[in-house]
Design a protein around this ligand. Structure first.
Ligand SMILES: Nc1ncnc2c1ncn2[C@@H]1O[C@H](COP(=O)(O)OP(=O)(O)OP(=O)(O)O)[C@@H](O)[C@H]1O
Length: 323
């Protein structure tokens, strides 16, 4: 039975168009207050999944719940926010008019709208620009306006489809901060993005999908198999240091070929071991030049999991032949 606590829960969710499965047995669980990254190549079934979760597309099979209910129910729908990737506005409306229109559809009262509209405009970086028509907004401003619309009615679950595709680097940081604030307020965020570095920074968990199936899902740490590779550079290797480090993790590689320095690769179980490593290096009398955790690299994982092009298969085969 589906439980009520999760923001999103799907079981064996399916969608077929003319007999062709585009979402093929999807099992997802997104708890309240989690930022969940939904990643996959073009055509993997991401938008179709989001449309089913919003109640806009009828599943062919399986079960789904959002906020413990059906997305078609007015009570549930009122608690959902959505920023589509390519959304169209009436260009003659001002930013404020667009938000008021949106807010009324979501059931907000006039008094609340008077307070809330300037507040969200400020949140998305459009403070003072709400009186201008959308036709005069830049692409980035339109995306910000769309985000304002998605969070206006204080949803408990927000779907963001490529929310920063039109934004400059500052805008991207601002959107990340907005997402982090939503999480702090207990809002669940379902994020589709091709900007993997961004996903990596903001998501608690991610799922990789391909041809409508989840290939892998979990926290960044889970996906890395619970290891954190750390690159260390020290002046030299004092006696006993390697043994001490072996006690803290696994020394995978040592390079002492260059006079005056030693490079090590140490695999740890997690970040919490880093201070003990620094203490051990210091206590052994080694001078420390670098202690660099190699963060899980989502892009590499994504390519390894998803990309299965003839070119990549050829490259992999060549690499294997040379190994
Ligand atoms: N209404 C429809 N009728 C027929 N086929 C459809 C329909 N909607 C989607 N599809 C097909 O379903 C597959 C998945 O499409 P979907 O838009 O869900 O992928 P996506 O992962 O969101 O891709 P992208 O990253 O390019 O946005 C595609 O092959 C698409 O052609």
């Amino acid at each position: 039975m589906l439980t009520r606590v999760n923001a999103i829960e799907t079981q064996d969710l399916r969608k077929a168009y003319r007999g062709r499965a585009v979402v093929d047995g999807l099992n997802l669980t997104v708890p309240q207050g989690e930022v969940f990254g939904f990643l996959g190549p073009n055509g993997a079934g991401k938008s179709t999944t989001v449309k089913m979760l919003l109640g806009l597309v009828k599943p062919t099979g399986g079960a789904l719940q959002v906020l413990g209910g059906r997305p078609q129910s007015p009570q549930i729908r009122a608690q959902l926010g959505f920023l589509p990737e390519q959304f169209r506005f009436q260009t003659w409306m001002t930013g404020e008019e667009f938000l008021r229109f949106h807010g009324r559809l979501a059931g907000l009262k006039a008094a609340e709208l008077r307070r809330r509209v300037p507040e969200v405009l400020e949140t998305v970086g459009l403070g003072g620009r709400g009186g201008e028509t959308l036709g005069g907004y830049s692409k980035g401003m339109l995306q910000r306006a769309g985000l304002a619309g998605a969070i206006l009615a204080r949803p408990r679950l927000v779907f963001l489809d490529e929310p920063t595709s039109a934004l400059d680097p500052i805008g991207r940081v601002e959107v990340r901060e907005i997402i982090e604030r939503l999480r702090a307020d207990g809002v669940a965020v379902f994020l589709n993005s091709h900007l993997l570095a961004e996903v990596e920074q903001v998501c608690d968990r991610v799922a990789f999908v391909k041809r409508g199936r989840v290939l892998q899902q979990g926290s960044m740490r889970d996906l890395m198999g619970g290891v954190l590779p750390v690159d260390i550079r020290v002046s030299h290797l004092p006696p006993g240091l390697l043994d001490t480090l072996q006690g803290l993790g696994e020394v995978r590689h040592t390079d002492t070929n260059t006079p005056g320095r030693a490079d090590l690769e140490l695999w740890l179980s997690g970040e919490d071991v880093l201070p003990a490593v620094a203490d051990a290096l210091h206590a052994a009398g080694a001078r420390l030049y670098a202690l660099s955790p190699r963060r899980p690299d989502l892009e590499t994982m994504f390519l390894d999991l998803i990309e299965d092009t003839p070119e990549r298969r050829r490259r992999t085969a060549q690499e294997a032949a040379h190994a």
